[in-house]
Design a binder for this molecule. Structure first.
Ligand code: AMP
Length: 545
């Protein structure tokens, strides 16, 4: 027997319809590339999204066509989130930090028809525009007054002005109804080997993911929140926050290109931000600014940190000095991205502060909808609650089934997606990432978790950034080498750092050596590129060798 409830597809357009109807006056505030602060509302955003949907149709963008963006977090980018996906086309958010060759590759691979860009990226567009094969129109996301001079404009084929397009259209547009499994957006993974692969989200997966992330045991978003996503809208849809904004009616604040500590702090304070999200490297800049100037947050209550392991020292700095609760979260492009979030259970209520910090350092427990397990080398499921790590597998309705254009064949193993992360899961279901499978250090056949070592090093007051990589060893095969960037003006020796590990880990986990560098290479989403470090130190001679 069939249920007899309404059949209503889960569509992204429904989010903006809801926001306009129920939260019309709630604000959307953006720091613009033009330099000023722009104020808008959900009502205006909805109206302009419809105008943009009309404009895209007029440009010949059809159902399923790909529209790319190369843009910061801002209201125009959010309008495109709804205009493009809402009209049945696919939003392809491109990471501007990629190498131009890679941008050309993914634009061609995605067969983008239109590319909308912030003026910051004009030189990048000039470099790639004539090399891409399928893009018919380039849209500068600005007004007429800020368009490039005619001689510059002439270097880009079919250059259009975003505000001209919006102004020329009527705001009446009927969002089409279609199957919720239709593709809505496309992100390419920042894969470290081979060409980037596309992850193609659907309206259904996006809506279910949005329901999941706003739940109390996830990011706990409500209308009363003021959300500032520092995580870029080109990094897995800013972890879903532009959708969560419309679903809950929270005020949205977009930082545009101003990602330095000072600009972010000003915006947090002036707009009364309550919730933010980003990768650890961004928070380092903000923390440094706040500490150096002896500042406090007046409204910020919690921040989501993920994308790479959040060092416990950072969780502590936020909590103890600034009264900001860190929500440690883990996910992947292939997971829309949220998989786990570290919130407490009832049983933790009586814990002391130190024990609470120990829980918060873990990547957390699954949000409902995601299932996870760890498996051993033979693929057999391992029990929870032991100290042993295994390969982390996940499944769920917002987790990848296959890559765009079926690149790489079937990525699943018995219906589970192998994440490439190495983790352990405690008896309460809290998962802790100990490594990426390719970053793991294998010493005498045993695994050493590089993240644990990095977290300890990061807690040293003189350390700005630390990466632990495997260096070749004649006896043990591999031994840990700690690569360190010192804080400006700080002094610390190799011996002092090695002594800092004493008592914190098993003795044989202690790195065999420390090397100081000016900088650690970061990837397009702010993660340490350990593959580059491994390459740089491939002939490193350990003193123990
Ligand atoms: P991406 O698809 O670029 O977002 O990268 C996903 C990968 O980032 C994961 O597979 C993890 O290796 C890493 N990652 C994400 N969040 C965390 C976290 N909280 N702790 C440790 N690693 C993380």
């Amino acid at each position: 027997m069939q249920g007899q409830m309404m059949q209503q597809p889960l569509l992204i357009s429904n989010l903006i319809v809801h926001a306009e109807r129920h939260h019309a006056g709630r604000e959307v505030v953006s720091r613009r590339v033009e330099g000023d602060i722009h104020r808008s509302t959900y009502k205006e955003l909805a109206s302009r999204s419809r105008r943009m949907a009309n404009a895209l149709a007029a440009l010949g963008v059809g159902f399923g066509d790909r529209v790319a963006t190369l843009a910061w977090n801002g209201y125009r980018h959010m309008e495109l989130y709804y205009a493009v996906s809402g009209s049945g086309a696919v939003l392809h958010t491109v990471n501007p930090r990629l190498h131009p060759d890679q941008i050309v590759y993914i634009a061609d691979h995605a067969e983008d028809k239109v590319l909308c860009f912030d003026m910051t990226f004009l030189p990048l567009i000039q470099a790639v525009a004539r090399r891409t094969r399928t893009i018919k129109h380039f849209v500068a996301m600005t007004d007429r007054a800020h368009m490039p001079a005619p001689e510059v404009a002439a270097t880009i084929p079919n250059l259009l002005c975003y505000e001209d397009l919006v102004a020329a259209q009527d705001d009446r547009f009927e969002w089409p109804n279609f199957d919720e499994n239709t593709a809505s957006s496309l992100c390419y993974t920042s894969g470290t080997t081979g060409n980037p692969k596309g992850v193609l989200y659907s309206h259904r997966s996006t809506l279910l993911h949005t329901f999941a992330i706003v739940m109390p045991d996830a990011l706990s978003c409500s209308e009363r929140d003021v959300i500032l996503p520092v995580v870029p809208m080109f990094h897995v849809n800013a972890w879903g926050l532009p959708y969560a904004g419309c679903m809950t009616g929270a005020k949205m604040v977009f930082p545009g290109p101003g990602l330095d500590g000072k600009s972010l702090y000003e915006l947090f304070e002036s707009e009364g931000v309550t919730l933010s999200a980003g990768v650890p490297t961004v928070w380092q800049g903000l923390l440094a600014h706040v500490e150096a100037n002896n500042l406090k947050f007046s409204t910020m209550k919690r921040t989501v940190i993920g994308g790479s392991a959040c060092p416990p020292a950072m969780i502590r700095a936020f909590g103890e000095k600034l009264g900001v609760h860190v929500l440690h979260a883990w996910g992947m492009t292939e997971m829309s991205p949220l998989g786990t979030c570290c919130t407490f259970k009832a049983k933790h209520a009586g814990l002391g502060q130190e024990e609470r910090y120990a829980v918060m350092a873990k990547q957390g427990r699954v949000v409902y909808g995601v299932d996870m397990k760890i498996v051993d080398d033979q693929g057999a499921e391992m029990a929870w609650g032991s100290e042993t790590s295994g390969d982390l597998y996940v499944r769920g309705p917002w987790i990848i089934g296959s890559y765009f254009k079926d690149e790489g064949g079937n990525p699943l193993i018995d219906g589970w997606f192998p994440t490439g992360d190495v983790a352990r899961i405690d008896a309460d279901g809290y998962m802790q990432i100990t490594d990426r499978s390719k970053d793991v250090i294998k010493s005498g056949g045993e695994w050493i978790g590089s993240i644990d070592l990095e977290n300890i090093a990061m807690a040293h007051p003189a350390v700005a950034m630390a990466a632990c990589i495997a260096a070749k060893h004649p006896k043990w095969d591999e031994r840990p080498l700690l690569v360190v960037v010192k804080k400006p003006g700080a002094q610390v020796t190799r011996e002092e750092l090695l002594a800092f590990f004493e008592g914190k880990i098993a003795k044989w986990w202690t790195p065999d050596d420390v090397t100081f560098v000016e900088a650690i290479p970061l990837g397009a989403t702010g993660k340490m590129q350990k593959n580059k470090l491994r390459e740089q130190f491939k002939d490193y001679h350990l003193p123990t060798a």
